[in-house]
Design a protein. Structure first.
Length: 218
């Protein structure tokens, strides 16, 4: 008869999920074993199965509790103010995604490896579960701004959110190697957030009132 691992440590489950997301970010879902997760969490493999009968159940918990419950809830949670202002909303998404990476350093590499990438182990699970209500409201807000004539009509409302995620998550996922790439050099998260906001709100055009010293072709 299979032996029950006994009463669980109150925070064992949380440690297992933390261990899982860090390892998944570092070496991928397919490259991570249950025993490695258990070792990193400081528990036995039997304890992993005590909470998650299968690895697939563990992935479900990662999506529900880590990606949706922590990351998406955090990013969406502070975006009620200025809900009708497309510029404030855009800047808010950028800055909260960057801030989320401070709280969840495993997030950017995990997102790029297992959500964005084709065949990522978490992609389908996230799409099936995530509530896109606020993303839809963001799209509507951008479209409304275009109708009012304040947002560039060439911007595609359905693609803007994807642009925000791509412009933030990809460089954030390279945090450990970014400083060693000569063309990039040392760039802080504050620099990254400021750059992405400026790029999205102004593009390469110089903002009005800041043309001093810039030479223009006759």
């Amino acid at each position: 008869m299979k032996r029950n691992p006994g009463p669980a440590n109150p925070d064992a489950r949380a440690r297992l999920l933390d261990a899982a997301v860090h390892l998944f970010a570092e070496q991928g879902v397919s490259g991570t074993t249950v025993s490695e997760i258990a070792e990193r969490a400081g528990v036995t493999s039997a304890m992993v199965h005590y909470y998650f009968k299968t690895k697939d159940q563990l992935l479900d918990a990662v999506v529900e509790e880590k990606l949706i419950g922590q990351f998406i809830a955090f990013v969406s949670g502070g975006l009620e103010e200025g809900a009708d202002d497309p510029f404030s909303l855009t800047e808010g998404w950028v800055r909260r995604i960057v801030k989320a990476s401070d709280r969840m350093p495993w997030l950017p590499p995990l997102w790029v490896r297992e959500v964005i990438s084709e065949g990522g182990a978490l992609r389908a699970k996230l799409i099936q579960r995530v509530n896109l209500e606020k993303q839809e409201r963001f799209k509507v807000c951008i479209a409304a701004g275009q109708k009012r004539g304040v947002v560039n009509p060439d911007i595609h409302p359905q693609l803007l959110f994807m642009s925000i995620v791509g412009l933030t998550m990809l460089p954030l996922s390279m945090a450990k190697s970014r400083d060693r790439i000569p063309i990039i050099g040392k760039v802080s998260k504050k620099d990254l957030a400021r750059h992405v906001v400026a790029l999205l709100l102004h593009g390469l055009a110089v903002p009005a009132g800041r043309t001093k010293g810039i030479r223009r072709k006759p």
